[in-house]
Ligand binder design. Structure first.
Ligand SMILES: O=C(O)[C@@H](CO)OP(=O)(O)O
Length: 250
């Protein structure tokens, strides 16, 4: 059975501060490193041996991946980074506290910005220093492809070419692949893999650093998917992520 494991990064500094992050390149917290360590130990214990790994251009995902591979003694495997695996761009919400934003605009509006399929927050202004066009790391990406904000739909549209042309085909010559990325970029991939309807994807909240395994048969059809870990604990973590966008969560 071929396997792809999707892994959201461990807790970041802005997860801890409950701020919209998107393409902001924040680091892991100490707890985030612990979570990544735990994920690596669990994957090792379950006998995973990755042939290849993919991650984004953002350090919270890169460092989570490095930590996981180190725990598994698999630091040596080929790793490819792509901007296409970056988090959903959160536009002008980036940096704002999620609960304070919910106090100002209401829980429902924040839920739409966080989880709806095709509604994007207000874009960054062209001259905003956070505009990705000013960043060296994106110098090879055509400006027309660099977002100033994104809906999940936009995120899926920029990930899919990379998924279909690079990640998924690499499964033909590999048995196990690890993808370390972000809450929403992974929600986009999961929506595509499991054919989740637009209105149902609102309910999917990924916890930090919990490995999500996808199994494929010889014809590359998805046959099974499951999280590694205690289901009750994972459900609690998912609910906590959902609650981050509510007024009374500070
Ligand atoms: O802020 C973000 O970039 C994401 C992931 O941390 O948050 P949310 O869960 O609100 O989509």
């Amino acid at each position: 059975m071929k396997k792809i494991v999707l892994l959201r990064h461990g807790e970041s500094v802005w997860n801890k501060e409950n701020r919209f992050t998107g393409w902001t390149d924040v680091d892991l917290t100490e707890k985030g490193v612990e979570e990544a360590t735990k994920a690596g130990d669990l994957l090792k214990e379950k006998g995973f041996k990755f042939d290849k790994a993919y991650t984004s251009y953002l350090k919270r995902a890169v460092k989570t991946l490095n930590c996981v591979l180190d725990r598994m003694d698999q630091d040596w495997i080929p790793v490819e980074k792509s901007w296409r695996l970056n988090e959903k761009h959160y536009g002008s919400l980036q940096g704002l506290n999620k609960s304070e934003t919910a106090e100002k605009y209401g829980d429902e509006q924040v839920l739409i910005w966080r989880r709806s399929y095709d509604i994007a927050p207000q874009p960054l202004k062209e001259d905003d220093p956070r505009n990705p066009r000013f960043e060296l790391r994106y110098k090879d990406v055509p400006d027309s492809e660099l977002p100033r904000t994104e809906s999940l739909k936009d995120t899926v549209e920029r990930i899919l070419p990379y998924w279909k042309e690079v990640i998924f085909p690499s499964l033909e010559t590999s048995d196990e692949i690890l993808v370390a990325a972000h809450g929403n970029s992974l929600r986009g991939i999961i929506k595509y893999l499991k054919n989740i309807p637009d209105d149902e994807i609102v309910h999917l909240n990924l916890p930090t650093a919990v490995p999500y395994v996808f199994e494929f048969d010889d014809n590359m059809n998805l046959v099974n998917d499951y999280f590694l870990g205690d289901p009750e604990e994972i459900k609690k973590l998912m609910d906590a992520v959902a609650n981050q966008g509510k007024k009374d969560k500070k």
